[in-house]
Design a binder for this molecule. Structure first.
Ligand code: SF4
Ligand code: SF4
Length: 170
């Protein structure tokens, strides 16, 4: 080993220790994911949410405009007649089936722009990992906003036939 490196050894050692110490006293920038998640910007486009009105009725009326606007064809909507007995949405129709293939989605946001009732928006959730492609077919129950707490114990809205139990194979 050259004499120069031997002489500079303590200097490099102190320099490395200073770097370690400097990072020890700096604020931590990493977080314990997934227990803690970083807040996302307000306009971030994450997993979709199907919204309800304040009375619990679904905003979606099954018009399929979101499916038509989707550039990759990853939305499937099947509408059905709404009736006073069902009371799913305030309109004459509701989305009996609503599915999004989250693997095909490019998170462009065109579906939320196309919706005339603000029934679908892109939410803040970005944790989309799973262990099988079939689990990325989000059906209506996965997407629908929970009932407001004040309505959770009431019968509104009805348990109308909605998304199928077995997701469609894409
Ligand atoms: S974000 Fe874009 S690609 Fe994804 S479902 Fe909506 S329109 Fe389709
Ligand atoms: S989410 Fe909006 S655009 Fe899509 S089917 Fe429902 S009401 Fe129509």
């Amino acid at each position: 080993m050259p004499l120069r490196d031997v002489a500079l050894g303590p200097y490099y050692l102190l320099k490395a220790m200073a770097t370690t110490f400097k990072h020890n006293v700096r604020p931590v920038v990493t977080i314990e994911y997934p227990e803690r998640q970083k807040p996302v910007p307000p306009r971030a486009r994450g997993r979709h949410i199907l919204h309800r009105y304040a009375d619990g009725l679904e905003k979606c009326v099954g018009c399929e405009l979101c499916a038509i606007a989707c550039p990759v064809g990853c939305i499937v909507v099947e509408a059905a007649e709404n009736t006073p007995e069902l009371r799913v949405s305030p309109g004459e129709r509701y989305a009996k089936r609503y599915e999004i293939n989250l693997l095909r989605c490019i998170y462009c946001g065109l579906c939320e722009e196309a919706c005339p009732y603000d029934a679908i928006t892109m939410g803040p959730r970005y944790d989309l990992a799973d262990d099988h492609p079939d689990k990325f077919i989000a059906v209506k129950e996965d997407l629908l906003e929970p009932l407001p707490a004040s309505l959770a114990d009431t019968a509104v809205p009805s348990a109308a036939p909605s998304a199928q139990k077995i997701p469609r194979k894409w």
